[in-house]
Design a protein around this ligand. Structure first.
Ligand code: APR
Length: 268
């Protein structure tokens, strides 16, 4: 074990209120691509066309096949994903310390791993809302798998927009009660509430932050560790490529997080 993990584990062990802030990197080992790594989403699907509602709408109208490929690329990995050892270690930590998880991810893997307090500041693929963001219903991972299969089937023929919309009708479209779609926060949207307000309050009250798999490039979510640090919290960053904060634990989420939590909470 490297000394950094031992040092970081001491901060976690003596923490009374822990904030775990996660990004796409924590779900990479569950099979969900990140956004900015070499094999990330934004390499294949340029954000200017796919990361805004306006861009998505125009792509759907003019390039339904590209739109279908993007929707499938987002949904299929999430539909097939399961929590990994890092998600589970974070959930287990609740037996030892008050943990608040704030995630930028839309994959509900923290919930599924057993974490009881998760703020999804960029929304959730599993919540369907109306045009005013009022909650309509949840969709299951199984229903997402059906949508992914329906898109694959529609893609085998002439892929028109009506065929794509029929394939995704369980999660998006226009029904008798108007427009419905997944509660996702895209570029230019306000962050999801009450998740974002609760996240800021948590960041102001914690004494230790574990950041896992975050590039720190998207604001305002990326301000959370700094808000915590400004009031005296120690920031531990788990990432294989680059580190921020007070202690950088170089490695992947499943390499580092279970060992960090086991070291912190092992009986002594
Ligand atoms: N374990 C831990 N970290 C990893 C792993 C891994 N196995 N693989 C990659 N990473 C790290 C990368 O080094 C990078 O720092 O995860 C981070 C992923 O960065 P991004 O792809 O930018 O994802 P994220 O930080 O979550 O992006 C924030 O940007 O596009 C928007 O809404 C989108 O929520 C997303 C936001």
């Amino acid at each position: 074990m490297n000394n950094d993990i031992r040092e970081a584990a001491e901060w976690v062990r003596h923490s009374e209120r822990l904030l775990v802030f996660t990004g796409a990197g924590i779900s990479a080992e569950s099979g969900i691509p990140t956004f900015r790594d070499d094999d990330g989403f934004w390499r294949e699907f340029p954000p200017e066309r796919f990361a805004t509602w306006d861009g998505l709408f125009k792509t759907a109208l003019h390039q339904p096949r590209a739109f279908a490929e993007f929707v499938h690329a987002v949904i299929a990995p999430i539909a097939a994903a399961e929590p990994n050892a890092a998600h589970r270690a974070i959930a287990d930590a609740e037996r030892h310390v008050d943990v608040t998880v704030v995630t930028q991810n839309i994959d509900r893997l923290h919930w599924e791993a057993g974490t009881t307090t998760t703020h999804e500041v960029h929304g959730s693929m599993f919540e369907i809302v109306d045009r005013r963001r009022r909650f309509r219903r949840y969709v299951s991972r199984q229903q997402l798998r059906r949508v992914a299969t329906a898109i694959e089937r529609a893609s085998r023929g002439l892929l028109t927009l009506p065929r794509v919309m029929w394939a995704v009708r369980r999660i998006a479209g226009i029904g008798v009660r108007g427009i419905h779609f997944p509660n996702l926060v895209l570029f230019g949207d306000a962050l999801a509430e009450p998740a974002w307000s609760a996240s800021r309050r948590a960041a102001e009250q914690v004494d230790c932050v574990i950041q896992v798999g975050c590039s720190g490039m998207v604001y305002p979510a990326a301000t959370l560790p700094e808000i915590a640090r400004a009031q005296g919290a120690t920031v531990i960053d788990v990432d294989p490529h680059s580190g921020q904060g007070d202690i950088w634990l170089r490695g992947t989420a499943t390499q580092i997080v279970p060992e960090l939590m086991n070291t912190a909470f092992a009986p002594r």
